[in-house]
Design a binder for this molecule. Structure first.
Ligand code: CTP
Length: 415
């Protein structure tokens, strides 16, 4: 499972009237599967090729075809759609919609919404080979490109009109991949450039699995969401990221090196193998504090009524990293139920961390399997930041921006 930059994003797909409209159904299906909230607008002629119900079913959202089809009296549909779009895709785009976009015409729901949106626009043209090559179409495409519209080039092959040539709609998979790359690029820009460019960041995530025998183990409820959000943030800020993931239930990110591990022992090894080259090490994993003292090689049989499992301490990875660190900025986590500040500061000193991210796991909106968190960040001088309930993605970005600042400060202070 790989998470995508489409997850949770609103994508408006404009479908215009060409035979390739049927391929737009596969596109909507792929975008939805990758986690996007897809809103479809069809032109009247598109609705002659494919029934709006197809798109409604695939997107699980109502399909818009008419500018004056106002369902919710509280909003103006085309403005609402235009405002909520993170990305606008027109696929297939006929010569007609390309001309309307180029010249600012707004005579139906799709062209009106396209004019009202400030979201980036991705156009996938599909038409007869001679139409595509026509100087008027080419001039319109150039005009749109100059205004920042992006394109997914049509393919070459057998066209529905009988000709062989350029004009066939790009494959839905290619359009979805291009949309994903475009949103990832925007996320990087929104992150404020690349303050972690050239830095190596190691992030650990998830709960370790400590085996009792070949079929049984001890683990915890960690979903890995916080660590994954940090890895994604570091990636978006330009870092070279390694995510060392134990048991996670959240989807793993694209664009980072993922190393899967099972136990605390494996995680220690994976971290230490990469430690010397790292600039930032974030220990967001929920590492088991204890493991079975004996790991049996064959399945335990039931015998007595009571069974005592002897546990021993696992290696403390963060403390080991604290002993070994030279240039690394070391960030630990602390899940606390009481005395947050005192416990966090104690952990910071004991484990020789530069920052401790502490959360009160009893607070609403914080903790394991939720998409939000609320944390305080401590350094050697005490509390340095407090981030109230917000998406883990935002906490990840703030933490990685803070890490970038701390690294830059150190370099500025260095003799
Ligand atoms: N950690 C680690 N290795 C362990 C246990 C914990 O690297 N064997 C790391 C965690 O990834 C986290 C930090 O240490 O970043 C804090 O974990 P926690 O279990 O709260 O630390 P303890 O000092 O064991 O806390 P407590 O005494 O409250 O159990």
């Amino acid at each position: 499972m790989v998470s995508s930059s489409l997850r949770g994003r609103t994508i408006v797909v404009g479908v215009t009237g060409g035979i390739a409209a049927y391929k737009a159904a596969a596109l909507v299906s792929r975008l939805t599967q990758r986690g996007a909230d897809v809103r479809v607008i069809m032109t009247e002629s598109a609705a002659k090729f494919v029934a709006p119900l197809t798109f409604q079913t695939l997107s699980r959202n109502p399909v818009y075809t008419d500018t004056f089809d106002e369902r919710d009296p509280a909003v103006v549909s085309h403005i609402d759609l235009a405002d909520h779009a993170d990305l606008f895709i027109v696929a297939p785009a006929t010569a007609n919609i390309i001309a309307k976009m180029a010249h600012g015409l707004a005579d139906d729901m799709l062209s009106t919404t396209l004019l009202a949106t400030t979201a980036p626009i991705l156009v996938a043209p599909a038409m007869n080979v001679h139409m595509y090559a026509h100087p008027a179409v080419q001039a319109n495409l150039r005009l749109l490109a100059e205004r920042g519209v992006r394109f997914v080039e049509p393919g070459t092959g057998q066209l529905a009109c009988g000709y062989v040539g350029k004009g066939r709609l790009a494959e839905p998979e290619t359009i979805a991949d291009t949309a994903e790359a475009l949103l990832a690029e925007m996320a990087r820009e929104a992150a404020g450039g690349h303050p972690l460019a050239g830095r190596r960041v190691i992030v650990t995530a998830g709960g370790t699995v400590e085996r009792i025998d070949p079929v049984r183990y001890i683990t915890n409820d960690s979903s890995g969401k916080m660590g994954i959000a940090i890895a994604e943030a570091a990636r978006d800020l330009g870092a070279d990221v390694t995510l060392i993931a134990a048991r996670v239930t959240a989807e793993l990110p694209a664009g980072v090196e993922v190393v899967r591990v099972e136990s605390a022992e494996d995680m220690l090894r994976a971290v230490m193998e990469r430690f010397d080259e790292a600039d930032v090490v974030v220990k967001a994993a929920a590492v088991a504090d204890y493991r079975p003292a004996v790991r049996r090689t064959s399945k335990m049989k039931k015998k007595e009524d009571r069974l005592t499992l002897e546990l021993e301490k696992t290696p403390d990875i963060l403390a080991e990293a604290g002993r070994r660190k030279t240039k690394q900025l070391l960030i630990g986590f602390a899940a606390e139920t009481d005395d947050l500040e005192a416990n966090a500061m104690d952990k910071l000193r004991r484990k020789n961390c530069d920052l401790i991210v502490a959360n009160d796991v009893t607070a609403p909106g914080a903790g394991f399997d939720v998409d939000t968190n609320a944390v305080s960040v401590f350094d050697a001088a005490g509390r340095t930041a407090e981030w109230k309930v917000m998406p883990k993605r935002e906490i990840g970005l703030r933490l990685m921006r803070l890490a970038a600042e701390r690294l830059a400060d150190r370099e500025a202070e260095a003799p």
